[in-house]
Design a protein around this ligand. Structure first.
Ligand code: FES
Ligand SMILES: [Fe+2]
Length: 420
């Protein structure tokens, strides 16, 4: 086995270099599945996606087919969506409501808790066959919820979810506190794929340095759309949230449906936004209310959950199928009680900037794919520079790269730990 590529992390020399083979090597890719995706807590879905007993949806998480559902008592469950008989996918629908699931191959039928209810031709099996533990659908080894966010882990042991999330948990709470009555996933799933390494998307999702250059078209568009920009300047910080999670938090001139007004929303909108601000303050206190209403956050929860709370909120997760290919799923999150006109702006902002047909995502995909093409020369042009702001005495700025260094250090630690 070849030596794992080495990150050069040299605080004294203000040097942080990531070898480009980390994005191209099949050996690194295999190690990432063993050391990271098979070990870490991974995002599965949001409680609002399963509104009632019997609700289900199917997802692929770390290459496994997973059935995320609620049983007849309303309990949330995560089952491997695999038939105990001969291994076919049991539920082939994307989502729906059902009290039971029948495998299409030989017709074994399972309850919403995964137990084998009926099987055709049961006289061909010994008595008690149906109750054999090995003939039941297999639960995902661990599932925990943090608020309404559900995570799973394929590792049977390890730290609990709240410990794993470290300070990122408080940021998830902050996002949940946008609403007094609960947050919900709105609309469907945005699905797309990128011909690039998955870590490039993690980096890109909280890269405060690239927007002015990569997204100049969007910024020009906002400037020219009457009243879409306020006077607030772009300014903020980068923060290490522990255990590889990190974020940038910053003010920005665009409108936030919760609750930064821009002239485009008119006088009526101004009154409503002021009321939301007042209610937020009464509920969570002035300091936290200001943070919720006026600051933007781009957070990456290691290894692959992005929560971008900007001109809309996107929840985004992604899994690689090869070193140079990643499949992405993204959802919009919004307060239940949001009024129709604000919801309209939120969803407009969401598709306009964050969607795969919007102003940002195609630009970001282009940047990521161009990097991946460049890495064909990883043997000669060997390192990425991630040193911006390293050793800055007064703390990291939102457009430094401290958040990426926190991420890469955890990546490095986990790979080294698995090696040992
Ligand atoms: S594979 Fe499912 S019933 Fe045979
Ligand atoms: Fe971007």
């Amino acid at each position: 086995m070849q030596q794992a590529p080495q990150i050069i992390d040299d605080p004294a020399g203000a040097r942080f270099l990531v070898p480009r083979t980390a994005f191209t090597s099949r050996d690194v890719f295999d190690r990432e599945y063993a050391a990271i995706f098979d070990r870490c807590w991974l995002y599965l879905g949001h409680a609002s996606e399963l509104p009632e007993p019997g609700s289900f949806l199917t997802r692929t998480v770390a290459r496994r087919p997973v059935l995320f559902n609620r049983d007849k008592d309303g309990e949330f469950r995560a089952l491997l969506n695999v038939c105990p008989h001969r291994g076919a996918i049991v539920c082939r629908e994307r989502r729906g409501t059902s009290p039971a699931f029948m495998c299409m191959y030989h017709g074994w039928t399972f309850g919403s808790d995964g137990h084998l209810m009926t099987l055709p031709g049961s006289s061909g099996y010994p008595a008690g066959f149906k109750r054999d533990p090995q003939k039941q659908m297999v639960p995902v080894p661990r599932m925990e919820r943090f608020g309404d966010f559900f995570f799973i882990s394929f590792a049977r042991d390890g730290e609990d979810l709240a410990t794993y999330l470290a300070d990122a948990g408080d940021v998830l709470d902050l996002v949940a506190q946008h609403s007094a009555s609960g947050m919900q996933i709105v609309g469907g799933t945005q699905e797309y794929a990128i011909r690039g390494n998955w870590k490039l998307l993690a980096e890109n999702s909280f890269d405060g340095y690239h927007a002015a250059c990569t997204h100049s078209t969007y910024l020009d568009y906002l400037k020219n759309a009457n009243g879409a920009l306020g006077a607030t300047p772009l300014a903020g910080v980068g923060r290490d949230l522990g255990k590889g999670h990190a974020m940038v938090e910053y003010s920005a001139p665009w409108g936030r449906p919760i609750a930064s007004w821009v002239p485009l929303w008119g006088e009526q909108g101004k009154t409503e936004i002021a009321a939301i601000n007042a209610a937020l303050e009464a509920r969570v206190g002035t300091e936290r209310a200001n943070r919720i209403a006026h600051l933007n956050r781009n957070m990456v929860i290691f290894p692959n959950l992005v929560v971008n709370d900007i001109m809309a909120i996107t929840i985004r997760t992604f899994f690689p199928t090869a070193p140079d290919y990643v499949e992405v799923n993204a959802w919009a999150l919004a307060p239940h009680e949001e009024s129709d006109w604000l919801r309209k702006y939120r969803l407009y902002n969401f598709t306009e900037f964050l969607g795969p047909g919007g102003f940002a995502t195609p630009d970001d995909v282009e940047a990521i794919e161009k990097c991946q093409i460049g890495y064909a020369a990883a043997g000669e042009a060997r390192y990425n520079d991630i040193s911006k702001g390293m050793g800055r005495a007064d703390g990291a700025s939102f457009d430094d790269e401290e958040q990426m260094r926190a991420y890469w250090r955890e990546w490095d630690r986990r790979l080294a730990m698995a090696e040992a």
